[in-house]
Design a protein around this ligand. Structure first.
Ligand code: ATP
Ligand code: FE
Length: 340
């Protein structure tokens, strides 16, 4: 089965063609347009600009993916598109286009929950993943731990109370004037650092509920920057900046993984998936590997190009979901609940 996957829930416009085989999905092509240059000056995604840019990019990105796969649109057996959650203007662009293409060519169509896409990114490297799986999905908008009983279901175990983990990276880079998006820059600085600055203190929750919080970490980073005159203008090569970045990512990685052994015990999970943009982080990948080895569970961390938002993960999820009977009556949903 050939699947065209489309994703434009935030600032990346991406299309991919996969072939679904009994051995799992094979990527035939992927095209992607980033908007980092457009949003960089604002230090974050401007929704209206992102949606307009998707409108301009969409046709080219889809044409590019089909051309690279050397296949016409009508060869597709299915079109899969992100239905939500995300920025509604951004979602609507590919959502509407995908429905029109499917209707015109008579191709079965499926709307995909963005987080099921992030989970299914793991199918490329681990098609035989043993379930149940713990799925740690971490990005600029999500910091959620789920129990997945198969590739099509996610049950929430815990999530952040406030900011997503990706936000801590993006805001740190912004406070240090290192550029945008912050995650990859902080990661590079941290890897070059000879040593880490002091670790950050984890938050304590009075209600004892399993969750994370990253907004205090942002404040703690700001206070540390304030304590060292000139640090915010020192640049990526300054060893103090490197030490701070290293300490930040060591902290974030250890906080994210801390609840995993407890949930593993409670759920009997046999594997751990770490996906979403923050799963590109070198320290998180290393710590996840060490933890999975210690717990004796299978680890699936997708290749970085499948971790950040991309069309391939949507195609991979679209291949295991049932196509919709009435695509034309469905709409994109900025707050799409799981299971909708
Ligand atoms: P979602 O709707 O799932 O929240 P998103 O718009 O945040 O999607 P993703 O591509 O899934 O998009 O994730 C982007 C986030 O990942 C950004 O916050 C970015 O800084 C972060 N990120 C990317 N690479 C790294 C890295 N190497 N280390 C840490 N964070 C990273
Ligand atoms: Fe995402």
């Amino acid at each position: 089965m050939l699947v065209l996957g489309l994703e434009s829930s935030c600032d990346d416009c991406s299309a991919a063609v996969i072939r679904e085989t009994p051995e799992g999905p094979k990527l035939l092509s992927m095209a992607r347009k980033s908007q980092d240059e457009i949003h960089g000056p604002y230090g974050g995604v401007v929704p209206e600009l992102a949606a307009r840019e998707h409108l301009l990019q969409l046709r080219g990105v889809i044409a590019d993916a089909l051309a690279k796969a050397d296949l016409p649109l009508k060869a597709m057996d299915r079109i899969a598109v992100t239905r939500g959650p995300g920025l509604v203007g951004c979602l609507l662009t590919t959502f509407s286009a995908s429905k029109a293409m499917a209707w015109r060519e008579g191709i079965p169509w499926v709307g995909v929950h963005h987080l099921l896409g992030h989970l299914n990114a793991a199918r490329f490297g681990a098609p035989d993943l043993p379930f149940p799986a713990l799925a740690l999905l971490v990005s600029g908008g999500h910091t959620h731990l789920y129990l997945a009983r198969d590739w099509t279901s996610l049950e929430l175990l815990q999530k952040t109370r406030d900011d997503a983990a990706g936000e801590a990276f993006d805001k740190t880079a912004r406070m240090l004037n290192l550029g945008y998006p912050g995650g990859p820059i902080v990661d590079t600085c941290a890897r070059k650092a000879a040593k880490a600055a002091a670790p950050f203190t984890p938050p304590k929750f009075r209600d004892g509920k399993a969750s994370w919080s990253f907004s205090g970490l942002k404040t703690a980073v700001r206070l540390r920057i304030g304590q060292e005159p000139g640090l915010d203008a020192a640049g990526a090569e300054d060893p103090r900046v490197g030490a701070l970045c290293r300490s930040l990512q060591e902290t974030v990685a250890s906080w994210l993984l801390k609840p995993v052994p407890g949930w593993r015990e409670e759920t009997g999970a046999r594997s751990l998936v770490v996906s979403g943009g923050v799963a590109c982080n070198s320290e998180l990948r290393a710590q996840a590997q060490a933890l999975a080895a210690k717990l004796g569970i299978v680890l699936a961390v997708p290749e970085p190009r499948f971790c950040t938002d991309n069309g391939a993960m949507i195609a991979a999820a679209g291949a295991v979901l049932a196509p919709s009977d009435e695509p034309l009556s469905l709409n994109a949903d900025a707050n799409l609940p799981l299971g909708a």
